[in-house]
Every structure is written in structure tokens, then in C-alpha cells.
Write a protein that binds this ligand. Structure first.
Ligand code: NAD
Length: 299
């Protein structure tokens, strides 16, 4: 069993760290939010007072942070994690969803300092993180992937080696652009159904076993009612925050711009999540786009 430093104990990081401890690893956790650190003590995660303290002496160091700027800051700044782990040979893993460029910059800095690093963003939401059934899409060298696999298996079910450094992030932003568009599609379907006099439970029963089926529909149905565990039934408490979804669709749009790939629906979906965030619902689950859409006039 490994000693693991885990930095970023939010909606996703907290259950992931708890699952590592449950699997028998020694986990030392840190978050700038002291309450998040304390809340995990009962799950067997030892508290640290800084990211460096959590990482020092670990066999594996994992980050689960909001965005590229946090990841660059935590790994690269003076006294950051790459400096903190010098003297050992830990495997470094970033599970956050960030831009490909930041992932490659941090991985390169790690390589120069003599460390192997994986970008390993996840899919499956808080439910998947809690049940240890996440999908990990992993970028990095074969040797690093082989080292990381047993650790990732304690947190997920499908662990896919997507390619070299940055490939995990590339897969993730493509996946989330599809999800962003799907959620708007499901929302439009349920809103139209109501206007046509259809019952939402009946529509769910039909669409979830028909060709309209999707994760957005069956796991996070944005219309309240049909899926009891969905954020729509608890006033859209996250879940996966709309602000983070906006970040991800912006990443996919920037990537599409850079390589000249057509993503007109991605651009349209991005404008919806931007409107949700502008309306003050950035901290709600991204399925709140349903409620925003419901208030829009027909164009
Ligand atoms: P979150 O905001 O709940 O958690 C992030 C945590 O990082 C917070 O607890 C915050 O205090 C901490 N943090 C920020 N800066 C820090 C620093 N400098 N040092 C230490 N801790 C710091 O976000 P989340 O929902 O857990 O998402 C984390 C990442 O996973 C994001 O990149 C997100 O896009 C991705 N993701 C989220 C979901 C989801 O359903 N929530 C699903 C897949 C991927």
C-alpha cells in the first residue's frame, strides 16, 4: 500500500481521497479550506497544514483542483509541489480538468525535475467519485501509467490510457463538450414535453430506454422528479458546478479554435452556461441550465 498526498478535497477530491484510505492506502490530505480537511478525518485521511506537507515523502501525489491556474500555482510556484517532493521519486498525478497547455507545462516541469507525471481527469460526477466507479482518462508515458494504475483503480472502474502527456485532458474536454450540449438538449426536450402536455415521468420512462438516452438524462435529469438523486431535486445543489462546466466548454472552444475544428453547438451551449453564471447560478449544478432555459422567451 502507498503513502499518498492528496491536494484539493472539494466535491470530487473528498470522496476520492476517502476511497484511497478505504482501500488501505495512507492518505495525507490538504485543502485551503480547513473545514474540508477536518471533514475527512473520520474517513481516515490524515490532515496536513500545507500542500507541501501533504506531498513530502509520499509515493504518489494527487491534485484535484478547480482550474489550470490553481494547478500551475500549486505545482510550479516557489515552494510548490515539484520543489517539495525533490529527494523522493513519487509519481505525480493531476486529476483536475484543465487546459491541455497547462497540463503539458506542469508535466514538462516535472520531467525536468526527474519525475513522472500523469494528467488523469475523471468523468462520473460526485456519485462516481463516492462509489469509486469513475472513468479516468489518462495522458502520460506507458511506465507512468503502469505505476498509477493500481492507485487509480481504488477510485475508478474504467481507467483508459488516452496517449502521451495532455491526452487525458484532450479526451476530457471533448467528453464535457458533448455533455454540455447533451444537457441543453435534454432540457429542451423536457420543456417542450410539458408544453405538449406530457408527463415528465412518462417521458423519462420512454426516453431513458430509447434513442434519446444519455447520461445527462438518466443520471442528472434536469427536470425535477424522474431521477430522485439528481441535483434538480435539491434546488440544483452541485454536483458539477455550472461555473466549472463553463470553464470546460471554454477550454473545448479554445482547443477547437487552435486546431480549426467546427464546434457550432459547443459555442452555443457555452453562451447558455455563460448566461447561467451571469445570472448568479455559477455555484449551482450545471443542470440548472434547464431552469434558465425555462425562463427564456421563444425566439
Ligand atoms: P470543488 O471546487 O468542489 O473542489 C476544488 C477544491 O480545491 C476546493 O475544496 C478548494 O478549496 C480547493 N483548492 C483550490 N485552490 C487550492 C489550493 N491552492 N490548494 C489546495 N486546495 C485548493 O471542485 P470539484 O467539483 O471537486 O472539481 C475539481 C475538478 O474536477 C475540476 O477541475 C472539475 O472541472 C473536475 N470535475 C468535477 C466533476 C464534478 O462532478 N464535480 C466531475 C468531473 C471533473
Amino acid at each position: 500500500m502507498a503513502t499518498i498526498g492528496f491536494i484539493g478535497l472539494g466535491n470530487m477530491g473528498a470522496p476520492m481521497a476517502a476511497n484511497l484510505a478505504k482501500a488501505g492506502h495512507r492518505v495525507i490530505g490538504y485543502d485551503i479550506n480547513a473545514n474540508a480537511v477536518q471533514a475527512l478525518a473520520s474517513a481516515g485521511v490524515q490532515p496536513a497544514h500545507s500542500a507541501a506537507e501533504a506531498a513530502r515523502g509520499a509515493d504518489v501525489v494527487i491534485t484535484m483542483l478547480p482550474a489550470g491556474e490553481h494547478v500551475r500555482d500549486v505545482w510550479l510556484h516557489q515552494g510548490g509541489l515539484i520543489e517539495a517532493v525533490k529527494g523522493g521519486v513519487p509519481l505525480l498525478i493531476d486529476c483536475s480538468t484543465i487546459d491541455v497547455e497547462s497540463a503539458r507545462t506542469v508535466t514538462e516541469a516535472a520531467r525536468v525535475a526527474g519525475f513522472e507525471m500523469l494528467d488523469a481527469p475523471v468523468s462520473g460526477g460526485v456519485g462516481g467519485a463516492t462509489a469509486a466507479t469513475l472513468t479516468f482518462m489518462v495522458g502520460g508515458a506507458e511506465t507512468a501509467f503502469a505505476r498509477g494504475l493500481p492507485v487509480l483503480q481504488a477510485m475508478g472502474k474504467n481507467i483508459v490510457h488516452a496517449g502521451g502527456p495532455g491526452a487525458g485532458q484532450a479526451a476530457k474536454i471533448c467528453n464535457n463538450m458533448m455533455l454540455a450540449i447533451n444537457m441543453v438538449g435534454v432540457s429542451e426536450g423536457f420543456l417542450l414535453a410539458r408544453k405538449l402536455g406530457l408527463d415528465w415521468d412518462r417521458l423519462f420512462q420512454i426516453a431513458s430506454t430509447s434513442s434519446g438516452q444519455s447520461w445527462a438524462l438518466s443520471s442528472y435529469c434536469p427536470a425535477p422528479g424522474p431521477v430522485p438523486a439528481a441535483p434538480s431535486n435539491r434546488d440544483y445543489a452541485a454536483g458539477f458546478m455550472a461555473a466549472l462546466m463553463l470553464k470546460d466548454v471554454k477550454l473545448s472552444q479554445a482547443a477547437a479554435d487552435a486546431v480549426g475544428s467546427p464546434t457550432p453547438l459547443g459555442a452555443h451551449a457555452m453562451s447558455f452556461y455563460q448566461a447561467v453564471v451571469d445570472a448568479g447560478d455559477g455555484a449551482k449544478d450545471f443542470s440548472v441550465v434547464f431552469r434558465w432555459l425555462a425562463a427564456q422567451p421563444r425566439q
